[in-house]
Design a protein around this ligand. Structure first.
Ligand SMILES: Nc1ncnc2c1ncn2[C@@H]1O[C@H](COP(=O)(O)OP(=O)(O)OP(=O)(O)O)[C@@H](O)[C@H]1O
Length: 675
């Protein structure tokens, strides 16, 4: 055992104690003396000095000392009863190393003074006494012999005792020597126990590791099996690939041969390609030049287009007479009834379609027939059989002006039921589609075409209704617009507060927007027309374009206005209905304000500081920017063909003539350059 390990052991351990006990037991079995007195448990110190014990032992006597054999005793002879001469009394002889005392034992025959009988008796007693004396002498001799033996035995006992003491001393010293060994042994046992524990732990760990390794081995075997399978399939695939490669190699060689042929051909064509490239470069240069020319031509076209529009006048009037409807003659097909229902309208200008002549016969107060004829001339007159397409042809150039940066305003004016809504919005079929959808389609088409010339456009739409001098947003949410809207004019553009301005990306989107807006329009029944619209509707298409080549920016607006019916109060039948009366008054007020504005604009060309009464109605104030001298205005005068509506038609024709005779200066293009 290592010294450090030995030194760390306790002085006394259980093992040592056990060893001591075992030793005591052995000793006890051979020697009656007790060993525990040698050392006190746990201290390692002797409880009593060994010398004491030894001296105590040596002192002899019957006293039981701490250890050592019991004193040797001679068995007492049985006590003799009777008189002293016949009774031999023995005293226990103390085992001692001291020489036996010279004192005669009590049973040593003392001269016994027998009473001498006188005479006979003495003679009779003489043999007996002599025998007794002899006997006593023999006994004394035996006694001496016994004493000698006892002395020898005691001497031997002393020797043995001394030997025993020596043996004990030796044993004690052996035991003392044994204690550190025991400690070492205990430490070793512990060390071994720990070692054993560690070894067991290690063994368990190794067992676990072995288990893990076995698991790994199993997994690895499985992986190996899989890998083998994969390798086998890969080998198979490789073999197939090899076959494919061979076939590809043969194809490759064929292709190489073809490539060589093609290269040879290519070398021949390289020269041609270079020539073509040169030609292409030249063509590209030419295209660039042509594009510049096209852009310049486009500018010229715009200028010329505007000049044409200017020559036509910035306020133009188109008159359109609607056909007779079956509802006008209560569904009858009777030709006479139809003719009777029609007013006498003729169109004398069969070349330019600019005139309309109305005549009527009446009976004078004197009973004579009176014939009145009215002749009106406008920029264009459309007869009842004119189609929507023909009408649009005439205004398409105007609509295109918006994409060039002009403000355009197209009105439909006329009495209720004269065909304003039909002209502006049209019917459901492709043929009957009105001016608004057609104009929208055209604007989208033109903006698309102008993309190639560097123009990029953003389109916005707004649809408002003016009813009883109140603005309603037809693109707003809910059935009824309860918001209060204000008209603001800022830097040449008009804005109405709290209204929806919709970004427009396709004609289809605009059409669905218009359909939704129309369903919101206020329609009220009047005597004149079941579907009579009692409000003005204003659809505004704002077009902003930027030319990415030239940096030019243009900002135009197309206002398409469907005016409310213009009939007079008595004809409208509104007199009995206060609400209808108010509607009619407001409609007539706004229409007369429109006439006043147009008239004032015509006068302004003479006097530049002339006041224009835009604020007299919501309609004129809303269209201020589109009615000024910077704009192009077209008025459709819609006329009913009925004789019953002749007076209303004449009123409308007179109003339109007033408008048509107005010259409101030169329209200005709203174009600026960003560079
Ligand atoms: N050119 C036309 N061809 C065929 N039908 C027409 C034409 N013009 C108008 N109509 C028909 O006449 C009727 C009245 O026309 P419309 O509703 O357009 O009149 P309006 O002037 O708009 O009336 P209101 O002022 O009440 O709105 C409608 O049924 C319409 O289809």
């Amino acid at each position: 055992m290592p010294a450090s390990f030995s030194s760390s052991l306790p002085a006394s351990t259980s093992l040592k104690r056990k060893l001591l006990i075992d030793t005591d037991d052995d000793h006890e079995s051979t020697h009656p003396s007790k060993l525990p007195t040698i050392a006190e448990a746990g201290t390692g110190r002797p409880t009593r000095p060994l010398g004491q014990n030894i001296s105590a032992t040596n002192a002899g006597g019957t006293r039981r000392l701490g250890f050592g054999p019991p004193p040797l005793t001679k068995p007492r002879p049985p006590a003799l009863s009777g008189p002293p001469p016949t009774t031999i009394t023995t005293r226990p002889i103390r085992a001692t190393s001291a020489p036996p005392k010279s004192v005669a034992p009590r049973y040593v025959s003392q001269p016994v003074a027998f009473p001498r009988p006188a005479g006979v008796l003495q003679s009779q007693m003489e043999p007996f006494v002599s025998s007794r004396t002899a006997e006593n002498a023999r006994l004394a001799a035996e006694m001496d012999a016994e004493r000698t033996k006892v002395a020898a035995l005691q001497a031997e006992q002393l020797t043995r005792t001394r030997e025993l003491a020596t043996a004990r001393t030796q044993e004690l010293s052996h035991r003392r020597e044994l204690i550190p060994k025991t400690d070492e042994l205990e430490a070793l046992r512990k060390w071994h126990a720990r070692e054993l524990l560690e070894l067991e732990t290690d063994a368990r760990r190794r067992e676990r590791e072995l288990h893990d390794v076995n698991d790994d081995l199993t997994t690895t075997r499985e992986d190996l099996e899989r890998e083998r399978n994969t390798a086998a399939s890969l080998k198979e695939a490789l073999a197939q690939q090899g076959a494919a490669q061979k076939s590809l190699q043969s194809q490759n060689s064929t292709l190489q041969a073809q490539l060589a042929t093609l290269r040879a051909a290519n070398d021949g064509t390289a020269e041609t390609v270079s020539t073509l490239r040169h030609d292409l470069e030249a063509a590209r240069g030419r295209i660039d030049e042509l594009e510049v020319e096209v852009r310049e031509a486009e500018m010229v076209r715009r200028r010329l287009h505007n000049m044409v529009q200017e020559l036509k006048g910035n306020i133009r009037v188109f008159a359109r007479v609607r056909p007779l409807l079956s509802s006008d003659v209560s569904g009858t097909n009777d030709e006479k009834a139809r003719i009777a229902a029609l007013a006498n309208m003729t169109f004398p200008d069969s070349r330019d379609y600019r005139e309309i002549m109305i005549s009527s016969t009446s009976e004078s107060a004197t009973g004579q027939e009176r014939r009145d004829t009215w002749n009106f001339s406008f920029d264009r007159v459309f007869e009842p059989q004119s189609t929507q397409e023909e009408v649009f042809e005439e205004i398409s150039q105007l609509a295109q002006s918006c994409t060039d940066g002009y403000n355009v305003c197209i009105f439909a004016h006329g009495q209720t039921g004269s065909g304003k809504s039909f002209t502006m919005e049209g019917g459901p079929t492709q043929e009957t589609v009105g001016m608004i959808p057609r104009a929208v389609d055209q604007v989208f088409q033109v903006t698309e075409e102008l993309k190639s010339k560097g123009w990029e456009y953003a389109l916005e739409g707004q649809f408002l209704e003016i009813y009883n001098e109140t603005i309603n947003d037809l693109l707003g949410k809910g059935e009824f617009d309860k918001k209060k809207h204000e008209i603001k004019h800022e830097k040449g553009s008009t804005r109405v507060t709290d209204t929806v301005v919709q970004q427009l990306r396709s004609p289809a989107q605009v059409h669905s927007l218009l359909a939704a807006a129309n369903s919101r329009r206020t329609v009220a029944a009047t005597l004149m027309n079941e579907r009579s619209s009692r409000s003005h509707s204003v659809f505004t298409l704002r077009i902003r374009g930027t030319n990415t080549h030239t940096g030019q920016v243009c900002d135009g607006a197309l206002n398409l206005v469907d005016l409310a019916g213009s009939e007079r109060l008595n004809a409208s039948g509104a007199g009995k209905d206060k609400e209808r009366l108010r509607e009619t008054q407001n409609i007539n007020k706004s229409l007369s304000a429109l006439g006043d504005v147009i008239a004032a604009l015509g006068e302004k060309s003479d006097k530049s500081d002339k006041h224009i009464p835009y604020r007299n109605s919501k309609l004129t104030y809303l269209l201020q920017n589109s009615l000024s001298g910077n704009s192009k205005t077209l008025m459709f005068l819609n006329l009913s063909p009925l004789a019953a509506h002749l007076n209303e038609s004449l009123c409308s024709l007179r109003f339109a003539t007033k408008v048509n005779n107005t010259q409101i200066g030169t329209a200005k293009k709203q174009v600026k350059s960003t560079s």
